[in-house]
Design a protein around this ligand. Sequence first.
Ligand SMILES: Cc1ncc(COP(=O)(O)O)c(C=O)c1O
Length: 391
Amino acid sequence: MKYDFSKVIDRSNTGCTKWDEVNTRYGFDGLLPMWVADMDFVAPHEVVDAIVKRANHGIFGYVTEPDSYYKAIVGWIEKRHSWTIDRDWIFFSPGVVPALSFCVLSYTQPGDKIIIQPPVYYPFNRVISANGRFVVTNPLILRNGRYSMDFADLEEKASDPQVKMLLLCSPHNPVGRVWEQEELVKLGEICLKHNVLVVADEIHSDIILPGHKHTPFPAICQEFAENSVYCNAPSKTFNLAGLKTSYLIISNKKLADAYSNITHSLSVTKNNVFGAIALEAAYEFGKDWLNQLLIYLKDNIEYLKDFVTDNIPQIEVIEPEGTYLVWLDFRHLGLEDNELNELLLKKAKVALSDGATFGSGGKGFKRMNIACPRLVLAQGLTRIATAIQGL
Ligand SMILES: Cc1ncc(COP(=O)(O)O)c(C=O)c1O
């Protein structure tokens, strides 16, 4: 392996949310952070080199992205996702969550309803309610250890004329599904039929595990492209979340203009100098790094599954198809929420993301971030096993 993902790097005192905020956030000392979705790995050296080179220039004025920035996005989407896009369809956002919020503002009115599919990444709920719109849930169904969409329920919810939008999480955080094209087609047809705009958050779409294939929602057909907005970033893929650089792809001119109007009114049209540089370097030179990362993550998941089978059979692992987040079912322990939290935080001293925060269907589950050196993963799992064995 050219890249060493097994090296443990001390991230403490770097102002990093994952390690520096964990104890105050969870209210206990000595916690091992396996929560927020960033990785304990160094970004590709080409990205680091590009940032250092630009930093050495010493002047950090306003940014206008060069042609090469757009070329890098067009090339990445083409090569990685077999989708040919036009550079004029690309729009900036300082993060995918802000992008979702801008979409809510651009395409709906206060009082409108927006569908989400819980358990789902918790800011989906927030960007709707905090902007004065109403959340409508189309809960996922868990059957035989795998989640699927409830299309009958979706049809019913989408037929409400006040429903204007659906936030699609593809691949899905936290349940790890990589939606199959057939599932996306069903969802897309229901949304088309009822004039519901699809805003597709595809931030995890580069982290796809063997045996699965990601399909960009707008790439399925022209009608879906016209009825959707696509959000992505290099941040999950290359561990660049702190650079706050993401982009949208909007081929429908009317939707693109509405998005531009909102971002102009909020004055959030300008990228930051290091974000733009990093995106370009990552998309131009990061392919090998990513391919090796995917192998390491897959091995981490295999390690976790074997460990759980051998040592903590009370926990059920929902097999991830994508993302580096593993959805764990603790319900067989029969503990109340406060008892489970006490077990994990006070006894095991491991900080996982709490399932209940992802909305309905999340209670009794925890999300574990496995994007860390195997040694750290083993440490976290051993702590949990020891605490559970002591029950
Ligand atoms: C589905 C999803 N969307 C968006 C984000 C965050 O995006 P950003 O940091 O670009 O706002 C995350 C982070 O975990 C995520 O899982």
